[in-house]
Design a protein around this ligand. Structure first.
Ligand SMILES: Cc1cc2nc3c(=O)[nH]c(=O)nc-3n(C[C@H](O)[C@H](O)[C@H](O)COP(=O)(O)OP(=O)(O)OC[C@H]3O[C@@H](n4cnc5c(N)ncnc54)[C@H](O)[C@@H]3O)c2cc1C
Length: 434
């Protein structure tokens, strides 16, 4: 007889979850749980760490997951607070034998697990958020090539693509008799958060909606044209829009690659379909890079030696004075650049931003305003519906030139970008104000 807790983190699905499958085989009783961060949690830069619309998106995903758990005879328990504290008290009140969860190799998430273990709680965690299994890699994470191209080429030379997709468990072990009551139901929470604003892209939450989106995306020619359209600034299908489902874990990257492979078999592979895979390799790359470098990716100087930056290269920390003012103007879409303002307005209004606009606004913050990239990354964390700790950190570091890329940072020529990607100014006009 064993009672285990399955702690859902960024893997909010029942399908294709190696860790959940394992726990379902082993536990007599299972408590599926998610821990929401405290409502008023603030970033170190003085703004709310999670915007209302991201809270809403996560709550919608949780409601969908709860419905799936109920179909299998259980339900999702949603707690709120500091994860280690909330889970430790759940272990105590239910006399659970341990916790099983996915591994997230980012400092705060690792610290949560360490805090639980320090209290004597058994936590088993599993690496499962990449499309490739750790064991399948032709190198250990510590030996992985620093450069993305070499990393990708090594995978390609071994013919690696993605691990096989697992079915959802046939049943969830029953809940034990005494499970604490939640203070707020998901329905109440959704009511309190209000509705999400209309976005350019219809972003629904949860696995079923994600699967419907996959049906839509792979129904016709969209994958074949991805490479030509992916740098557009807005529109329903210029890119795949898989990211928010991936970030919450409602879909896994292997599920997407499975569909991509089926599509290629049925309708042919081309540059477009290859490029979708290529972008998913970036996603895996930033994840594995965390296993190699961990905390160092979160330092102000990134992977550089602390003393190696000349004064002229140092970015201002936006906690007071002019740096704070410039940073606030950036977050509010009130800079001197109309394209940047449009992007920041779209982000604040919808929680969505194209990859091209993310690069543009990040470059502007770092190279034109000379503001600390970590504050920009924190603003994205707060706003993006598809916020993903690995991809966000990795991309900011890459643009700042403080990661593994030997070519240094990625400064964008904004006039050229506007000419190329918004020649008639439609995007700037659409998002001139929110
Ligand atoms: C400064 C900055 C911050 C970013 N922060 C995030 C973030 O918090 N969460 C997030 O998911 N992505 C982030 N990205 C990566 C990228 O912008 C988004 O994944 C993409 O715009 C999501 O839209 P899509 O699903 O239509 O992507 P598509 O272009 O259709 O790509 C397909 C999938 O490939 C992956 N992918 C594509 N580009 C990248 C990339 N550069 N790095 C890693 N994975 C990629 C994503 O999983 C994406 O869903 C960031 C990029 C930048 C420049």
């Amino acid at each position: 007889m064993s009672t285990l807790i399955y702690w859902f983190r960024n893997d909010l699905r029942l399908l294709d979850s190696p860790a959940l499958n394992k726990v379902c085989r082993e536990a007599t009783h299972l408590i599926p749980v998610y821990v929401l961060p405290p409502d008023a949690i603030m970033s170190r830069w003085g703004f709310a760490r999670v915007s209302t619309q991201r809270k809403r998106y996560v709550a919608e995903t949780l409601a969908a997951l709860d419905a799936q758990c109920r179909e299998l005879g259980s339900r999702l328990l949603v707690l709120q607070g500091d994860a280690a504290t909330a889970l430790a008290s759940l272990v105590e009140s239910t006399r659970a034998d341990g916790i099983v969860c996915e591994q997230i190799a980012a400092p705060e998430e690792e610290a949560e697990v360490e805090q639980l273990r320090a209290q004597g709680i058994k936590v088993q965690y599993f690496w499962q958020s990449t499309m490739l299994d750790l064991a399948a890699l032709p190198f250990t994470p510590r030996q992985m090539p620093d450069m993305f191209t070499q990393f990708r080429q090594k995978l390609e030379s071994k013919g690696l693509r993605a691990r096989a997709v697992l079915p959802r468990p046939e049943r969830l072990p029953s809940l034990p008799d005494h499970v604490p009551a939640e203070s707020l139901s998901l329905a109440q929470r959704l009511d309190l958060l209000g509705s999400r604003p209309e976005a350019n892209t219809p972003l629904q939450a949860g696995t079923s909606q994600g699967l419907q989106h996959l049906d839509h995306y792979f129904a016709d020619e969209l994958p074949h044209t991805y490479k030509e359209t992916r740098n557009q600034l807005s529109g329903p299908d210029y890119s795949t829009h898989f990211s928010a489902w991936l970030a919450t874990g409602a879909l896994s990257a292997s599920m997407i690659v499975e569909r991509l492979t089926q599509y290629e078999s049925a309708r042919g592979a081309n540059d477009g379909t290859y490029w979708i895979w290529f972008e998913l390799v970036w996603r895996d790359y930033f994840r594995f890079l965390h296993l190699k470098y961990g905390r160092a990716l979160y330092l102000r100087e990134g992977l550089r030696q602390p003393d190696s930056l000349a004064d002229a290269q140092r970015l201002a920390v936006p906690t007071s004075g002019i740096a704070l003012k410039l940073f606030e103007q950036w977050t509010e879409g009130k800079t001197k650049n109309a394209l940047v303002n449009a992007g920041m307005n779209e982000l604040a209004a919808t929680g969505i931003l194209s990859n091209r606009m993310r690069q543009i606004v990040a470059s502007y913050l770092i190279y034109d305003l000379r503001i600390d990239w970590r504050a920009g990354a924190a603003w994205f964390e707060s706003q993006l519906l598809d916020y993903d700790v690995y991809s966000n950190q990795g991309n900011w570091l890459y643009i700042a030139g403080l990661g593994t890329d030997p070519r240094g940072g990625r400064r964008m020529n904004l006039d050229k970008q506007a000419l190329e990607h918004d020649p008639k100014g439609f995007y700037r006009k659409q998002w001139a104000q929110t």
